[in-house]
Design a protein around this ligand. Sequence first.
Ligand code: HEM
Length: 341
Amino acid sequence: MVEFLNNKQGKVVNIREVAFATTVNILGNICFSEDFVGLEGDEKESRGLKRALYRLMKLGTTPNVADFYPIFEGLDPQGLKKKTSESMNEAFSVWEHVIKERRVKRESQKGSDLDERDFLDTMLRCGFSDLQINQLTVELFSGATHSTSSTIEWALAELIKNKDAMFTLQNELDKEIGSTTCIKESQVSQLPYLHACVKETLRLHPPAPLLHPEAILEGSKIMNYNVPKNSQLIINVWGMGRDPSLWEDPVSFKPQRFCDSNVDFKGQDFKFLPFGVGRRMCPAYPYAIKQIHLMLASLVRNFDWFLPNNMEDLSKLDMTENFGVILQRKKPLMVIPKGKC
Ligand code: HEM
């Protein structure tokens, strides 16, 4: 990512595309030891993976009439099952050859000690079928990519708009990281202001604003409301993040509020739940957070950021949200990097 942006100095880049491709490729290497997407955001180069992941995310969050009227289940009235299966196949066609080649390789090395270099090797050792491998990896890719890249995009936009916060973060990075361009995971724990910036971004712009609907297995009383058995509960974490009875000056981006408190996203502080809570909370939040810290620190440590057309009045930076599948910016953040070193 840093190398790519170094080559783009002085040019306008779509940071959402760059962050998306980076997160796809990090996961692609963990699972299959492969980069699947180019950082330019070219759809052709991604062999349909970008399109398939977007569709899957959209399909997964579309209300299904059959969930409310189970009599329709077999009929698939909106064609959601069919479309999901098509997109799953589209994703499968991207890594099918890797699975095939690896099966052949493992077969030829049978009897000797087999290296396990990625998640695919582990799944093959455990005897997973192609279908199982695809279902698991598609779930990981669709959970991981838009959520992480949207957080990076919002964080950078907020930092560009809030110069004091950017200045404080740059100072922290200069002090703790020094002149190295490649930031290590071990260095990230020494960056409390970076952690605070990411928390503040997730408070104002949680990628999953309504979490996943919860099923109420037993009737309960929540605050003063009777919630009957079998109802669906939708938790508006976006609204909670902006509730003035929970947060002071809630719509302002003030990372400092997290430096002065122990509030965390691990599901213990009920006013701040960007990763959900309880048994179904995001299983990957430690991984997601490490990745966001590393990527954001690398963007801020290595580059100064400018808006196109010499836009100096930062209040004009459009921060409108697209309250859709996930809480992305309505307009992608277009920025110009200028290398620091
Ligand atoms: C900023 C990044 C992320 C955010 C804010 C986020 C948020 C969430 C939320 C809110 C849920 C539903 C929890 C609930 O309703 O209580 C969830 C589920 C899930 N997330 Fe994440 N997530 C992120 C990154 C990731 C990454 C990087 C991965 C995979 C590597 C991932 C994989 C999953 C999976 C598989 C589930 C479904 C778990 C289940 O059904 O039990 N997420 N995530």
